[in-house]
Design a protein around this ligand. Structure first.
Ligand code: NAD
Ligand code: ZN
Length: 347
Protein backbone atom coordinates (compact mmCIF):
# COMPACT_ATOMS: atom_id res chain seq x y z
CA UNK A 1 0.00 0.00 0.00
CA UNK A 2 2.23 2.79 -1.22
CA UNK A 3 1.21 6.32 -0.41
CA UNK A 4 1.37 8.82 2.38
CA UNK A 5 -0.57 9.44 5.54
CA UNK A 6 -1.08 12.12 8.14
CA UNK A 7 1.04 11.71 11.29
CA UNK A 8 2.13 13.71 14.32
CA UNK A 9 5.89 13.79 14.06
CA UNK A 10 8.71 14.85 16.34
CA UNK A 11 10.62 16.22 13.38
CA UNK A 12 12.79 18.86 15.06
CA UNK A 13 14.97 18.81 18.15
CA UNK A 14 12.88 21.43 19.93
CA UNK A 15 9.55 21.74 21.76
CA UNK A 16 6.52 20.89 19.65
CA UNK A 17 5.01 18.24 17.40
CA UNK A 18 4.13 18.71 13.77
CA UNK A 19 1.36 17.20 11.62
CA UNK A 20 3.11 15.95 8.48
CA UNK A 21 2.61 13.69 5.47
CA UNK A 22 4.81 10.61 5.88
CA UNK A 23 4.94 7.26 4.04
CA UNK A 24 2.41 4.64 5.13
CA UNK A 25 4.42 1.90 6.88
CA UNK A 26 4.89 -1.33 4.93
CA UNK A 27 4.10 -4.42 7.05
CA UNK A 28 6.63 -7.26 7.11
CA UNK A 29 5.44 -10.87 7.04
CA UNK A 30 4.72 -10.96 10.79
CA UNK A 31 3.24 -7.46 11.03
CA UNK A 32 -0.25 -6.03 11.20
CA UNK A 33 -1.07 -2.69 9.56
CA UNK A 34 -3.74 -0.93 11.60
CA UNK A 35 -5.98 1.96 10.55
CA UNK A 36 -5.95 4.14 13.65
CA UNK A 37 -9.36 5.29 14.93
CA UNK A 38 -8.61 6.94 18.27
CA UNK A 39 -5.52 7.62 20.37
CA UNK A 40 -4.90 8.74 23.94
CA UNK A 41 -2.38 11.40 24.96
CA UNK A 42 0.00 10.07 27.63
CA UNK A 43 2.40 11.88 29.95
CA UNK A 44 5.19 10.37 27.83
CA UNK A 45 3.85 12.24 24.80
CA UNK A 46 3.91 15.48 26.82
CA UNK A 47 7.58 14.85 27.69
CA UNK A 48 8.32 14.31 23.99
CA UNK A 49 6.33 17.41 23.05
CA UNK A 50 8.26 19.55 25.55
CA UNK A 51 11.58 18.01 24.55
CA UNK A 52 12.82 17.61 28.13
CA UNK A 53 16.12 15.97 29.09
CA UNK A 54 14.62 12.45 28.99
CA UNK A 55 13.13 13.02 25.53
CA UNK A 56 16.37 14.49 24.18
CA UNK A 57 18.26 11.38 25.32
CA UNK A 58 15.64 8.89 24.16
CA UNK A 59 13.75 9.94 21.05
CA UNK A 60 15.24 9.44 17.57
CA UNK A 61 14.28 12.37 15.31
CA UNK A 62 12.22 12.25 13.15
CA UNK A 63 9.71 9.96 14.87
CA UNK A 64 5.95 9.44 14.65
CA UNK A 65 4.92 9.51 18.32
CA UNK A 66 2.02 8.06 20.38
CA UNK A 67 1.28 4.60 21.75
CA UNK A 68 -2.27 4.54 23.16
CA UNK A 69 -4.65 3.55 20.38
CA UNK A 70 -7.59 1.61 19.04
CA UNK A 71 -7.95 0.84 15.36
CA UNK A 72 -9.05 -1.61 12.71
CA UNK A 73 -6.82 -4.11 10.96
CA UNK A 74 -6.15 -2.82 7.45
CA UNK A 75 -3.76 -5.47 6.17
CA UNK A 76 -1.76 -8.39 7.60
CA UNK A 77 1.62 -9.88 6.67
CA UNK A 78 1.71 -13.28 4.95
CA UNK A 79 2.72 -15.08 8.15
CA UNK A 80 0.00 -13.56 10.35
CA UNK A 81 -2.67 -15.83 11.78
CA UNK A 82 -5.63 -14.84 13.92
CA UNK A 83 -6.19 -11.30 12.63
CA UNK A 84 -8.13 -10.25 9.54
CA UNK A 85 -8.84 -6.91 7.86
CA UNK A 86 -11.67 -5.14 9.68
CA UNK A 87 -10.92 -6.61 13.14
CA UNK A 88 -11.12 -4.07 15.97
CA UNK A 89 -7.81 -4.05 17.84
CA UNK A 90 -5.70 -2.26 20.39
CA UNK A 91 -2.11 -3.14 21.08
CA UNK A 92 0.74 -3.47 23.50
CA UNK A 93 3.22 -0.62 23.10
CA UNK A 94 6.17 -2.57 24.45
CA UNK A 95 7.93 -4.78 21.91
CA UNK A 96 9.93 -7.51 23.64
CA UNK A 97 12.82 -9.63 22.41
CA UNK A 98 11.07 -13.00 22.72
CA UNK A 99 14.39 -14.78 23.43
CA UNK A 100 15.57 -13.70 26.89
CA UNK A 101 14.91 -15.80 29.99
CA UNK A 102 11.87 -13.76 31.04
CA UNK A 103 10.33 -13.75 27.58
CA UNK A 104 10.87 -17.49 27.22
CA UNK A 105 9.24 -18.02 30.62
CA UNK A 106 6.17 -15.98 29.65
CA UNK A 107 7.16 -12.99 31.77
CA UNK A 108 7.32 -10.69 28.80
CA UNK A 109 6.69 -7.53 30.86
CA UNK A 110 10.11 -8.18 32.45
CA UNK A 111 12.05 -8.34 29.16
CA UNK A 112 15.23 -6.25 29.52
CA UNK A 113 15.26 -5.41 25.79
CA UNK A 114 11.93 -3.57 25.52
CA UNK A 115 11.36 -1.20 22.60
CA UNK A 116 8.55 1.35 22.83
CA UNK A 117 6.01 2.19 20.13
CA UNK A 118 6.13 5.96 19.63
CA UNK A 119 9.30 6.15 21.75
CA UNK A 120 11.94 4.01 20.03
CA UNK A 121 9.99 3.14 16.86
CA UNK A 122 7.16 4.74 14.84
CA UNK A 123 4.01 5.31 16.86
CA UNK A 124 0.23 5.53 16.71
CA UNK A 125 -0.48 9.26 16.26
CA UNK A 126 -1.02 8.63 12.57
CA UNK A 127 -3.59 7.32 10.12
CA UNK A 128 -1.80 3.94 10.15
CA UNK A 129 0.33 2.02 12.65
CA UNK A 130 2.40 -1.09 11.89
CA UNK A 131 3.25 -3.47 14.77
CA UNK A 132 4.13 -7.17 15.05
CA UNK A 133 1.16 -9.54 15.38
CA UNK A 134 2.46 -10.53 18.81
CA UNK A 135 1.65 -6.97 19.98
CA UNK A 136 -1.92 -6.86 18.68
CA UNK A 137 -4.81 -7.30 21.12
CA UNK A 138 -8.16 -8.33 19.64
CA UNK A 139 -10.66 -5.91 21.20
CA UNK A 140 -14.23 -6.58 22.32
CA UNK A 141 -16.32 -4.46 19.90
CA UNK A 142 -18.93 -3.94 22.65
CA UNK A 143 -16.45 -1.81 24.60
CA UNK A 144 -16.62 1.89 23.59
CA UNK A 145 -13.79 3.07 21.31
CA UNK A 146 -12.77 5.84 23.74
CA UNK A 147 -12.21 3.24 26.45
CA UNK A 148 -10.31 0.90 24.12
CA UNK A 149 -8.04 3.84 23.17
CA UNK A 150 -7.05 3.94 26.89
CA UNK A 151 -6.18 0.25 27.28
CA UNK A 152 -2.46 0.96 27.49
CA UNK A 153 -2.67 3.29 30.55
CA UNK A 154 -5.58 1.28 31.96
CA UNK A 155 -3.18 -1.65 31.74
CA UNK A 156 -0.66 0.26 33.87
CA UNK A 157 -3.40 0.92 36.41
CA UNK A 158 -4.68 -2.67 36.42
CA UNK A 159 -1.23 -4.25 36.57
CA UNK A 160 -0.33 -2.03 39.53
CA UNK A 161 -3.69 -2.29 41.31
CA UNK A 162 -3.90 -6.06 41.01
CA UNK A 163 -0.29 -6.63 42.10
CA UNK A 164 -1.61 -7.30 45.58
CA UNK A 165 -4.90 -8.65 46.88
CA UNK A 166 -7.13 -5.67 47.68
CA UNK A 167 -10.36 -7.46 48.66
CA UNK A 168 -11.46 -5.97 51.98
CA UNK A 169 -8.23 -3.96 52.26
CA UNK A 170 -7.62 -0.24 52.76
CA UNK A 171 -5.81 1.21 49.78
CA UNK A 172 -3.84 4.44 49.50
CA UNK A 173 -3.25 5.89 46.02
CA UNK A 174 -0.87 8.84 45.76
CA UNK A 175 -1.42 10.79 42.53
CA UNK A 176 -4.76 11.29 40.76
CA UNK A 177 -3.43 11.52 37.22
CA UNK A 178 -5.20 9.42 34.58
CA UNK A 179 -3.54 6.25 35.89
CA UNK A 180 -4.23 6.93 39.58
CA UNK A 181 -7.84 7.73 38.69
CA UNK A 182 -8.24 4.49 36.74
CA UNK A 183 -6.60 2.57 39.59
CA UNK A 184 -9.15 4.10 41.98
CA UNK A 185 -11.99 2.56 39.98
CA UNK A 186 -10.11 -0.73 39.63
CA UNK A 187 -9.44 -1.27 43.36
CA UNK A 188 -13.04 -0.29 44.09
CA UNK A 189 -14.19 -2.88 41.54
CA UNK A 190 -11.79 -5.40 43.05
CA UNK A 191 -13.38 -5.06 46.48
CA UNK A 192 -11.25 -2.68 48.54
CA UNK A 193 -12.87 -1.29 51.72
CA UNK A 194 -11.46 2.26 51.75
CA UNK A 195 -9.71 3.93 48.84
CA UNK A 196 -7.92 7.14 49.83
CA UNK A 197 -6.46 9.26 47.02
CA UNK A 198 -4.02 12.15 47.43
CA UNK A 199 -3.15 14.90 44.93
CA UNK A 200 -2.43 18.63 45.23
CA UNK A 201 -4.78 19.19 42.27
CA UNK A 202 -8.37 19.70 43.58
CA UNK A 203 -9.86 19.32 40.10
CA UNK A 204 -8.41 15.82 39.88
CA UNK A 205 -9.43 14.96 43.46
CA UNK A 206 -12.98 15.75 42.44
CA UNK A 207 -12.67 13.21 39.62
CA UNK A 208 -11.18 10.68 42.07
CA UNK A 209 -14.35 10.88 44.17
CA UNK A 210 -16.42 10.26 41.04
CA UNK A 211 -14.32 7.16 40.37
CA UNK A 212 -15.01 5.76 43.82
CA UNK A 213 -12.49 7.26 46.26
CA UNK A 214 -13.76 7.05 49.85
CA UNK A 215 -11.75 10.13 50.83
CA UNK A 216 -9.42 12.45 48.99
CA UNK A 217 -6.64 14.57 50.42
CA UNK A 218 -4.73 17.58 49.17
CA UNK A 219 -1.41 16.94 50.95
CA UNK A 220 -0.80 20.71 51.23
CA UNK A 221 -3.86 21.10 53.45
CA UNK A 222 -4.00 17.99 55.61
CA UNK A 223 -2.31 14.80 56.75
CA UNK A 224 -3.01 11.16 56.01
CA UNK A 225 -3.01 10.49 59.77
CA UNK A 226 -6.12 12.70 60.03
CA UNK A 227 -7.81 10.80 57.21
CA UNK A 228 -7.02 7.51 58.95
CA UNK A 229 -8.52 8.85 62.18
CA UNK A 230 -11.65 10.07 60.42
CA UNK A 231 -12.12 6.62 58.88
CA UNK A 232 -11.37 4.96 62.25
CA UNK A 233 -8.50 3.09 60.69
CA UNK A 234 -6.14 1.69 63.30
CA UNK A 235 -3.40 -0.19 61.49
CA UNK A 236 -2.40 1.94 58.50
CA UNK A 237 -3.01 1.26 54.81
CA UNK A 238 -2.76 -2.35 53.69
CA UNK A 239 -1.90 -1.60 50.08
CA UNK A 240 -0.17 1.52 48.72
CA UNK A 241 -0.03 2.49 45.06
CA UNK A 242 2.43 5.28 44.26
CA UNK A 243 1.18 6.91 41.04
CA UNK A 244 2.59 10.44 41.17
CA UNK A 245 6.35 10.17 40.81
CA UNK A 246 6.56 12.69 43.68
CA UNK A 247 9.24 12.22 46.30
CA UNK A 248 7.02 13.77 48.97
CA UNK A 249 4.16 11.44 48.06
CA UNK A 250 6.37 8.36 48.34
CA UNK A 251 7.66 9.46 51.74
CA UNK A 252 4.11 10.09 52.95
CA UNK A 253 2.89 6.76 51.58
CA UNK A 254 5.65 4.72 53.23
CA UNK A 255 4.97 6.45 56.57
CA UNK A 256 1.26 5.57 56.46
CA UNK A 257 1.43 1.87 55.63
CA UNK A 258 0.46 -0.84 58.11
CA UNK A 259 3.13 -3.22 59.30
CA UNK A 260 3.45 -5.86 56.61
CA UNK A 261 1.88 -3.49 54.07
CA UNK A 262 2.39 -3.99 50.36
CA UNK A 263 3.47 -1.15 48.07
CA UNK A 264 3.55 -0.94 44.27
CA UNK A 265 5.56 1.86 42.68
CA UNK A 266 4.45 3.04 39.23
CA UNK A 267 5.19 6.78 39.37
CA UNK A 268 8.55 7.70 37.88
CA UNK A 269 10.56 10.21 39.97
CA UNK A 270 12.50 12.79 37.99
CA UNK A 271 15.70 12.01 39.85
CA UNK A 272 17.15 9.54 42.34
CA UNK A 273 15.20 10.09 45.55
CA UNK A 274 16.23 9.34 49.13
CA UNK A 275 14.11 6.73 50.91
CA UNK A 276 13.81 6.08 54.63
CA UNK A 277 14.71 2.38 54.47
CA UNK A 278 14.05 1.99 58.20
CA UNK A 279 10.33 2.36 57.51
CA UNK A 280 10.54 -0.49 55.03
CA UNK A 281 12.69 -2.67 57.26
CA UNK A 282 11.06 -2.19 60.66
CA UNK A 283 7.51 -2.13 59.24
CA UNK A 284 8.16 -5.19 57.10
CA UNK A 285 6.93 -3.56 53.90
CA UNK A 286 6.93 -5.30 50.55
CA UNK A 287 7.84 -3.03 47.62
CA UNK A 288 7.23 -3.90 43.99
CA UNK A 289 8.34 -1.83 41.00
CA UNK A 290 5.95 -1.72 38.06
CA UNK A 291 6.79 -1.24 34.41
CA UNK A 292 4.16 -1.54 31.72
CA UNK A 293 1.58 -4.31 31.77
CA UNK A 294 1.63 -8.09 31.78
CA UNK A 295 1.44 -9.56 28.31
CA UNK A 296 -1.29 -10.50 28.12
CA UNK A 297 -2.86 -11.34 31.44
CA UNK A 298 -3.39 -7.63 32.22
CA UNK A 299 -5.11 -7.16 28.83
CA UNK A 300 -7.39 -10.06 29.63
CA UNK A 301 -8.19 -8.75 33.11
CA UNK A 302 -9.01 -5.24 31.95
CA UNK A 303 -11.27 -6.59 29.24
CA UNK A 304 -13.24 -8.83 31.59
CA UNK A 305 -13.43 -6.21 34.35
CA UNK A 306 -14.96 -3.72 31.89
CA UNK A 307 -17.32 -6.42 30.65
CA UNK A 308 -18.17 -6.99 34.33
CA UNK A 309 -19.05 -3.36 35.03
CA UNK A 310 -15.79 -1.50 35.71
CA UNK A 311 -16.44 2.07 34.53
CA UNK A 312 -13.45 4.30 33.85
CA UNK A 313 -15.31 6.66 31.49
CA UNK A 314 -15.09 9.73 33.81
CA UNK A 315 -11.31 9.63 33.31
CA UNK A 316 -11.78 10.63 29.67
CA UNK A 317 -12.37 14.34 30.11
CA UNK A 318 -11.67 15.70 26.62
CA UNK A 319 -12.04 14.62 22.99
CA UNK A 320 -10.63 16.34 19.93
CA UNK A 321 -10.21 15.61 16.24
CA UNK A 322 -6.54 14.80 15.52
CA UNK A 323 -6.14 18.05 13.58
CA UNK A 324 -6.84 19.97 16.81
CA UNK A 325 -3.80 18.33 18.40
CA UNK A 326 -2.27 21.64 19.53
CA UNK A 327 -5.36 22.45 21.59
CA UNK A 328 -5.52 18.84 22.84
CA UNK A 329 -1.92 18.96 24.08
CA UNK A 330 -2.53 22.34 25.73
CA UNK A 331 -5.55 20.90 27.58
CA UNK A 332 -3.64 17.73 28.53
CA UNK A 333 -0.96 19.74 30.30
CA UNK A 334 -3.37 22.26 31.84
CA UNK A 335 -4.05 20.24 35.01
CA UNK A 336 -7.80 20.61 34.31
CA UNK A 337 -7.92 17.37 32.37
CA UNK A 338 -7.26 13.67 32.78
CA UNK A 339 -7.29 11.50 29.64
CA UNK A 340 -7.49 13.39 26.35
CA UNK A 341 -8.52 11.34 23.30
CA UNK A 342 -7.85 12.25 19.66
CA UNK A 343 -9.99 10.92 16.80
CA UNK A 344 -8.12 10.05 13.60
CA UNK A 345 -10.90 8.28 11.74
CA UNK A 346 -14.54 7.47 12.48
CA UNK A 347 -13.90 4.24 10.49
P1 NAD B 1 0.28 12.50 35.78
O1 NAD B 1 1.54 13.26 35.77
O2 NAD B 1 -0.87 12.98 34.96
O3 NAD B 1 -0.24 12.33 37.28
C1 NAD B 1 0.55 12.50 38.39
C2 NAD B 1 -0.30 13.16 39.48
O4 NAD B 1 0.46 13.20 40.68
C3 NAD B 1 -0.70 14.61 39.13
O5 NAD B 1 -2.12 14.75 39.17
C4 NAD B 1 0.00 15.41 40.22
O6 NAD B 1 -0.75 16.55 40.62
C5 NAD B 1 0.10 14.38 41.35
N1 NAD B 1 1.06 14.74 42.40
C6 NAD B 1 2.14 15.54 42.33
N2 NAD B 1 2.71 15.66 43.56
C7 NAD B 1 1.97 14.89 44.40
C8 NAD B 1 2.05 14.61 45.79
N3 NAD B 1 3.00 15.15 46.56
N4 NAD B 1 1.12 13.79 46.32
C9 NAD B 1 0.15 13.25 45.58
N5 NAD B 1 0.03 13.49 44.24
C10 NAD B 1 0.93 14.29 43.67
O7 NAD B 1 0.69 11.02 35.39
P2 NAD B 1 -0.06 9.66 34.94
O8 NAD B 1 -0.15 9.62 33.48
O9 NAD B 1 -1.31 9.42 35.73
O10 NAD B 1 1.07 8.67 35.42
C11 NAD B 1 1.35 8.53 36.79
C12 NAD B 1 2.83 8.27 37.02
O11 NAD B 1 3.18 7.00 36.48
C13 NAD B 1 3.78 9.27 36.37
O12 NAD B 1 4.89 9.46 37.24
C14 NAD B 1 4.24 8.54 35.11
O13 NAD B 1 5.50 8.97 34.69
C15 NAD B 1 4.28 7.13 35.60
N6 NAD B 1 4.12 6.07 34.60
C16 NAD B 1 4.80 4.93 34.83
C17 NAD B 1 4.66 3.86 33.97
C18 NAD B 1 5.39 2.59 34.25
O14 NAD B 1 5.32 1.67 33.42
N7 NAD B 1 6.07 2.49 35.40
C19 NAD B 1 3.80 3.94 32.86
C20 NAD B 1 3.09 5.12 32.67
C21 NAD B 1 3.25 6.18 33.56
ZN1 ZN C 1 13.00 -10.49 26.22
Amino acid sequence: MAGTMKALVKSRREAGLWMEEVPIPEPGINDVLIRVLKTGICGTDLHIYHWDAWAQQTIPVPLVVGHEFVGRVERVGSNVAGFRPGDLVSGEGHLVCGRCRNCMAGRRHLCPHTQGVGVNRPGAFADYLCIPMTNVWGADPHIPLDILACFDPLGNAVHTALSFDVLGEDVLITGAGPIGLMATAVVRHAGARYVVVTDPNPWRLDLARRLGATRTLDPRHGALAEVQNALRMKEGFDVGLEMSGSEAALEDLLANMCHGGRVALLGIPERATPVNWNLIIFNGLTIKGIYGREMYETWYKMTVMIQGGLDISPVITHRFPADAYAEAFAVARSGQAAKVVLTWSEG
